[in-house]
Design a protein around this ligand. Sequence first.
Ligand SMILES: Cc1cc2nc3c(=O)[nH]c(=O)nc-3n(C[C@H](O)[C@H](O)[C@H](O)COP(=O)(O)O)c2cc1C
Length: 431
Amino acid sequence: MMQMNNLTNKRILLGVTGGIAAYKSAELVRRLREQGAEVRVVMTRGACEFITPLTMQALSGREVHTELLDHVAESGQGGGMGHIELARWCDVVLVAPASANFIARLSHGMADDLLSTLCLATTAPVVIAPAMNQQMWMNIATQENIATLGQREIRIAGPAEGEQACGEIGPGRMLEPEQLILETSQLFSTGILADLKIVVTAGPTREAIDPVRYITNHSSGQMGYAVARAAAEAGADVTLVSGPVSIEPPRQVRHISVDTADQMRDAVMSDIITSDIFVAAAAVADYRCADVAEQKIKKKSEDLQLLLQKNPDILAEVASLPQGPFTVGFAAETENLLDNARIKLQNKKLDMIAANQVGEGLGFNTDENELQVFWQAGEQGQNNQTGKNQTRENQTIKHQTLERAPKEKLARHLIKVIANHYYEKYSAQTH
Ligand SMILES: Cc1cc2nc3c(=O)[nH]c(=O)nc-3n(C[C@H](O)[C@H](O)[C@H](O)COP(=O)(O)O)c2cc1C
């Protein structure tokens, strides 16, 4: 089946109710996991008559939840999750199959078992896949319940028409797993970066001097992490390559943890060929020790000389790839911000650069930032077919200020600007 990147790392709570189509939800779990989704299964008592929790546990790789009044799960002991935790955990609730009985209970706001209670308690979108005998489906009671749920923005996936388990022909068959996966993935594909792959680097790097000491800088990783989160919110498939930081990675992104510039380079390069956008927000150490001491260096002489050697320039390397991604650099400067940013943009042949002043409550280790964004604006069609490494004689540098704001907000603004210029560049190339 086609890989739909927008389910990667998504948390799907699959509700299974008591219908004959419950056997298909076993296949559904398998397929969802193939798409990179994390799946937790909640089963009604009825569902357990049709398919065993053991099957669903084996396929989801997680404990299956069946009881609302579960003392252990509600106390959070033994890694158990209570109904509110489950409701908060998920990015989407998918109930497949949804029985006529469950649909009736949901439409009346009942909370008399685990699945119905967490459907009320969640803020995540709820998708239901009705599956029942065609008379049950067409019954006015069911139709009214469905209409009520539709008004509450619960998404109704299916049912399909055809031959039924009971031998009748008509509407009421559950949609096939593949179709349900498509409907679920569409929930996540509305962002401006939908279907694009983006690699973001963040944080400092750490270059060893000896087994106990290293060279690093003040980068906290906040800006890069905020960019990664904003890109994921915008629908991108995000890989975040991060140096050592003390913040939690956004859970929608693939997180690769590294220490040194060399490791960061290797992690970036292994992913970059298939990527559409590269944002280099890491503060990569320009130099590392030429020889790392094998043992702790002892305090003997008055002076100690360390010989440093240049680290790889990850940003320049990515920007010079013939079929490379749209490349965005960051420049943290203490002086001559605008000139340095322009020079870096041109010398490294970047598509865009976001520059920020470091110091005075801005830049490293602060919650707020302000960005000066520069990009190469060429004549339409100038880059046609020759790729990004051609001379940029007919190009001018344009500039925009992204006003001072908390880094999360600023990152969302930056992602919009990146998306605009990305689409501008590639539409120019295809015209
Ligand atoms: C053999 C058998 C098959 C059933 N198949 C369905 C079905 O496909 N869809 C449905 O809505 N109800 C079906 N039912 C009825 C439900 O199992 C019943 O309404 C149950 O209370 C549903 O519980 P739940 O909604 O809490 O899971 C079936 C019942 C039996 C005995």
